[in-house]
Design a binder for this molecule. Structure first.
Ligand code: 9D3
Length: 250
């Protein structure tokens, strides 16, 4: 998986390339990242990449030309290195909500260009001419596209075969199976007078699996009933699951 990221603050991406699971994936060459600073494609000696909004109003707007020239440079680099250019994606509050499903789609493209906005907005003519899709991480405001870009890249990198060890892959199944995770416990056996549930201490593997499944179903139907609906539609609930869910309602 190759990412090209357009950002005025490329140094921020060391959070991704230097730490934890994503850092290891990067250092092992399972994913690659090229950073492109639109300031390097500015046309004046002052390296201007933003200007005031036509019609007035607060905040600056990112100019179309430096962004478009940056994307042209990315596409040229893909051509000369034999990379199939994937979608050109703008991170934007008004974009489609990012999801696990979109993470899987992106993985299948093999390449993604992420444009990180700063200031109030990006010139609409750049969006219309060059951007294929716009993505958001949710209905709250952050200061730029960099953290959303890293969030999405992290979600995609975790799906690359070989990135997660066996232990983590199993944990990952719990979102893939469409339900919230069950509760977890570690030592000590009693903490603040609260014991670990008996079934987890018994060593009866099948019983433990049943208990975890039921806890997942309980939590999900209480906190995220919408996910139960989705899981049902996607054929992820067994007859036994449905019987247990009926019992919960009584
Ligand atoms: C008053 C208009 N604001 C839009 C809600 C202006 C504005 C604020 C912050 C425009 C851009 C930004 C910077 N945020 C992003 O670029 C961004 C973002 C976000 O703020 N929330 C969730 N997902 C994303 S993806 C990119």
């Amino acid at each position: 998986m190759r990412f090209d990221v357009v950002s005025l603050f490329p140094e921020m991406f060391s959070a991704l390339t230097e730490w934890g699971v994503t850092g290891r994936a990067y250092q092992r060459g399972l994913t690659s990242l090229r950073l492109w600073n639109p300031r390097d494609y500015a046309h004046d000696p002052r390296k201007t990449v933003d200007d005031r909004a036509y019609g007035g109003g607060p905040g600056m707007v990112m100019m179309a030309k430096p962004l478009e020239d940056t994307v042209e440079a990315i596409k040229a680099e893909h051509q000369s290195s034999g990379v199939q250019t994937g979608p050109i994606c703008l991170l934007a509050p008004q974009g489609e909500r990012f999801s696990q499903k979109i993470a899987k789609d992106i993985l299948s493209y093999g390449n993604l260009t992420l444009i990180c906005g700063r200031y109030e907005a990006v010139d609409q003519r750049f969006v219309d001419r060059t951007v294929d899709l716009q993505l958001s991480i949710g209905d709250f405001v952050v200061s730029g596209g960099e953290l959303p870009a890293m969030t999405m890249m992290d979600a995609v990198i975790r799906l690359i075969p070989g990135v997660l060890g066996d232990e983590d892959s199993a944990a990952q199944d719990s979102f893939i199976n469409g339900l919230l995770d069950h509760p977890h416990y570690t030592r000590p056996e009693i903490y603040a007078e609260i014991p670990v549930p008996d079934v987890l201490l018994g060593g009866h593997h099948a019983k433990i699996m049943d208990w975890r499944r039921q806890e997942s179903l309980k939590l999900t139907s209480r906190l995220r009933p919408d996910l139960i609906e989705d899981a049902r539609k996607n054929g992820l609930l067994s007859e036994e699951d449905e019987r247990f869910l009926l019992l919960l309602l009584k």
